[in-house]
Design a protein around this ligand. Structure first.
Ligand code: CTP
Length: 405
C-alpha cells in the first residue's frame, strides 16, 4: 500500500543510522519513492552514497544549493512528502523540533511540512529516559507528531534498556497505518486465525494445513484502519502482527475459551481460523508405541465456536469463512444461515492461488441479503481490505437505518 507514496526519510547521527539503509530498501521494495535527508553527523556513521544507491535519488544535506538545483529546496521536499520519517532520531533533533528550531535542512523541512511526521527515537538509555527528552517527546506527541517507542536491549554504548531502533517491520507497519484512512476507528475487532492442534499423545497431534495468513492479514489491515484488534491464533510460523493484542492458543477448546473471554466488548468478530472439528477422545500420558498391528484413534466432536458466538452475538457483526472443495456458494450459504453469521467468505481451496498455504486468495463474500461479491486473485492483504470494506459498508448501513428509524 506504499506504492507511489513519497517518503522523505531523515537520518540523524546515531549508531542506528546504518539501519536506515535497510529501511530505505524496505520502502523502495514496496514501491515508495524515497528521498533521504542526512544531517552532518549522520554522514559520520553512514556514507550518503549508500543511501543514494538504495533510494535511487540524490541524498539531500545542504540548505543552500547552487541555483540550477534550486527546485529541490527544503520547501519542495516538505511540500511533496506524503510522510516524513526520522529514523534514527537523536535527542538533539527531537529537542530542536520541540523548540521550533530550523537550522539545517532536516529541521527546516520538518518545520515547513504539512505531512505527518513519524519520529523513531534511538539513543543511549540515560538520554532517552532523561526528563527533558521525555518532556520534548510528550510535547511533540501532543502536537500530533507520531512516535514509535524504541526497543529494549543491549545498546551499542554497552548499556541495557530502552533506546534501540525498533524492528524495521514495525516502523514500516506504523507508516502504513499513518497513511491509511482510520475508517474503522472505534471498532473492536476480534479475529481468530490459523489451525488448531489436537494432541493424542505427548508427541503427536491432528491438525490441518491452515497457515494463518488470511487471519493475520485481516488483523494487520484492521489495525491499519484504526480498529482495536485482538488476534486469537492457533500455532503458525508467522510473526505477531504489530500493534494488536495477541493471544496464542493451541486446541479448539483453548480457542473457544479465549473467544468467550474476549468477545464481550467486541463490535465485530471474524472467525478465519480453520478449527479442528474433532479431537482425540483421550490423550495418552505416554507416547503411544507402534506395536504390531494398526492403530485407531477415537475422535469426539469439538465445540463449534462460531455457532456458539452466533447464538449470543447481539448486534455485533459476525463474519465466518467457508472452506469448500465443491458446491461453494450453496455450502457457504448453508453455513451462514445455520451459524447465524452476517457475512461469510467462501473459499474454494481447489483453485490455484486460493486457500490455505498461499500468499494470495480468491474468494466470494456473501451476505444474508443474497449479496455476492466476487474477489479475484489478490494478495491476502488486499483480500482482507475487501472483506473489511464489506463489513464497514454493513456497519454504516446499520447505523443509518438506526438513525432513520
Ligand atoms: N468453525 C468454528 N468451530 C468449529 C468449526 C468451524 O468456529 N468447530 C468456524 C470456522 O472458523 C469458520 C466456519 O466455522 O468460520 C466454517 O468452518 P468450516 O470448517 O468451513 O465449516 P464446518 O462447519 O466445520 O463444516 P464442514 O467442515 O463440514 O465443511
Amino acid at each position: 500500500m506504499l506504492k507511489g507514496k513519497k517518503i522523505v526519510l531523515g537520518i540523524t547521527g546515531g549508531i542506528a543510522a546504518y539501519k536506515s539503509a535497510e529501511l530505505t530498501r524496505e520502502f523502495v521494495k514496496r514501491g515508495a519513492d524515497v528521498k533521504v535527508i542526512m544531517t552532518g553527523n549522520a554522514t559520520e556513521f553512514i556514507a550518503p552514497l549508500t543511501l543514494q544507491t538504495l533510494s535511487g535519488n540524490p541524498v539531500y544535506m545542504d540548505m543552500f544549493l547552487p541555483a540550477d538545483k534550486s527546485e529541490i529546496s527544503h520547501i519542495s521536499l516538505a511540500d511533496e512528502a506524503d510522510i516524513l520519517i526520522i529514523a534514527p532520531a537523536t535527542a538533539n533533533i527531537i529537542g530542536k523540533i520541540a523548540s521550533g528550531l530550523a537550522d539545517d535542512l532536516l529541521s527546516t523541512t520538518v518545520m515547513a511540512t504539512n505531512a505527518p511526521v513519524l519520529i523513531c527515537p534511538a539513543m543511549n538509555t540515560n538520554m532517552y529516559t532523561n526528563d527533558i527528552v521525555k518532556q520534548n517527546i510528550s510535547k511533540l506527541a501532543s502536537k500530533n507528531y507520531f512516535f514509535i517507542e524504541p526497543g529494549h536491549g543491549e545498546l551499542a554504548c554497552g548499556t541495557e534498556g530502552p533506546g534501540r531502533l525498533p524492528p524495521l517491520e514495525d516502523i514500516v507497519e506504523e507508516v502504513e497505518s499513518i497513511l491509511t484512512k482510520s475508517d474503522l476507528a472505534g471498532e473492536k475487532i476480534l479475529i481468530t486465525a490459523g489451525p488448531t492442534q489436537e494432541p493424542f499423545d505427548p508427541v503427536r497431534y491432528i491438525t490441518n494445513y491452515s497457515s494463518g495468513k488470511m487471519g493475520y492479514a485481516l488483523a494487520t489491515m484492521a489495525r491499519r484502519r484504526g480498529a482495536e484488534v485482538t488476534l486469537i491464533s492457533g500455532p503458525t510460523s508467522l510473526p505477531e502482527p504489530f500493534g494488536v493484542k495477541f493471544l496464542q492458543v493451541s486446541s479448539t477448546i483453548e480457542m473457544r475459551n479465549a473467544v468467550m473471554n474476549n468477545m464481550e466488548d467486541s463490535t465485530i468478530i471474524i472467525k478465519a481460523a480453520a478449527v479442528a472439528d474433532f479431537r482425540p477422545a483421550a490423550i495418552s500420558d505416554d507416547k503411544i508405541k507402534k506395536g504390531d498391528g494398526s492403530l485407531s484413534v477415537r475422535l469426539e466432536r469439538n465445540p463449534d465456536i462460531i455457532s456458539e458466538v452466533g447464538k449470543m452475538k447481539g448486534d455485533r457483526i459476525l463474519v465466518g469463512f467457508a472452506v469448500e472443495t465443491e458446491n461453494l456458494i450453496e455450502n457457504a450459504r448453508g453455513k451462514m444461515t445455520e451459524k447465524n453469521m452476517d457475512i461469510i467468505v467462501a473459499n474454494d481451496v481447489t483453485q490455484d492461488g486460493a486457500g490455505f498455504r498461499t500468499d494470495t486468495n480468491i474468494v466470494k463474500i456473501l451476505d444474508r441479503k443474497g449479496g455476492v461479491e466476487e474477489v479475484p486473485l489478490l494478495d491476502k492483504i488486499e483480500v482482507a481490505e475487501r472483506i473489511l470494506d464489506r463489513i464497514k459498508a454493513m456497519k454504516d448501513k446499520g447505523l443509518k437505518q438506526k438513525s432513520e428509524g
